[in-house]
Design a protein around this ligand. Structure first.
Ligand code: PBG
Length: 327
């Protein structure tokens, strides 16, 4: 056969396949979500996220050591507070669950990168991401509380704060509050294009953050939209975001690619709870090979253009990268 082009030549051996890889990934780009529960002692499995745990504040070392042993150097923290009220005041309590967790982590592991999720839904008794006026989340009143919360995380020693509330102007409000208070070095990872997604279900069960009425469509993005994601990213960048984010990941690979091509800023993708739970449950019923599916889906997010990935599989992925299964 007289074929000029034989693409299979570059697929013949493992060495050549590795040489020609277009996507390179490393454990340096993985961020692991950790849930701290103020009322818990030790650790407790999360029923909606098989293989994940709630950690008590006395289990900080267990949580971080496990990351470091797997080669994961970044975490994002979520809190389950002992008490909730209408305005989420436990979110900015200097002795709140996240503030205590950050101080404890930073005291023992100064080089472990600590990102904190900044939102009110875990701290409000109604489960919405902000301050209610009637049945609507008031944007500007919420900004004040978010800024206070971010400041309390920075004061506790967080390296980065990550506002996930989808209020307009959140990045500007947080940036100016941090700068005025002497925290100009604290970075902002903005959840810029965060969609109103069904894939957050297992997280809300885990974090006790489901809205008690209605839904989040009045602030999170409509899944029909692509151009709007660009506007949201542009706004966060103008307002001072250091890193932008697209969330969820797997159903939004087109958005990730578009944002990667459009902005010269580090781009994070969040492979959310439902994405993890889908693989877990398909694997548990024997339908999919969990390890290979985990690797392939994570690769797809990096191939789409993400620079970094928040994932419940961070530890296993770091292992797969070190073993050379992906990399
Ligand atoms: C807080 C927040 C949510 C997630 C991250 N931060 C839940 C939500 O918006 O309802 C979801 C993460 C996941 O599903 O893994 N607002």
């Amino acid at each position: 056969m007289d074929l000029i082009h034989r693409p299979r030549r570059l697929r013949r051996t493992d060495a050549v396949r590795r040489l020609c890889r277009e996507t390179r990934v490393s454990p340096d780009s993985l961020i692991y979500p950790i849930f701290f529960d103020e009322t818990l002692h030790g650790i407790r499995p999360i029923s909606s996220l098989p293989g994940q745990y709630h950690y008590g504040l006395d289990a900080v070392h267990q949580a971080v050591d496990d990351c470091l042993e797997h080669g994961v150097k970044h975490c994002i923290l979520f809190g389950l507070p002992a008490g909730k009220d209408a305005c989420g005041s436990s979110a900015y309590d200097e002795n709140g669950v996240i503030q205590k967790a950050v101080r404890a982590i930073k005291a023992s592991y100064p080089d472990f990168n600590v990102i904190t999720d900044v939102c009110l839904c875990e701290y409000t008794d109604h489960g919405h991401c902000g301050i209610l006026h009637g049945h609507e989340v008031d944007n500007d009143d919420t900004l004040e509380v978010l800024a206070k919360t971010a400041l309390s995380h920075a004061a506790a020693g967080a390296d980065m704060v990550a506002p996930s509330d989808m209020m307009d102007g959140h990045t500007a409000a947080i940036r100016s509050t941090l700068d005025r208070s002497g925290f100009s070095r604290t970075a902002i990872m903005a959840y810029s294009a965060k969609y109103a997604s069904a894939f957050y279900g297992p997280f809300r069960t885990a974090a006790g953050s489901s809205p008690s009425f209605g839904n989040r469509k009045g602030y999170q993005m409509d899944p029909h939209n692509r151009r709007e994601a660009l506007r949201e990213c542009a706004l966060d960048i103008e307002e001072g975001a250091d890193i932008i984010m697209v969330k969820p990941a797997l159903s939004y690979l087109d958005i990730i690619r578009k944002c990667a091509d459009s902005f010269d800023y580090p781009l994070c993708a969040y492979s959310v709870s439902g994405e993890y739970a889908m693989i877990k449950s398909a694997a548990a019923s024997g339908l999919l090979d969990e390890h290979r599916t985990m690797c392939e889906t994570a690769l797809s997010v990096f191939r789409a253009g993400a620079d970094m990935l928040i994932t419940y599989y961070a530890k296993e992925l770091a292992g797969a990268m070190r073993a050379g299964e992906i990399g």
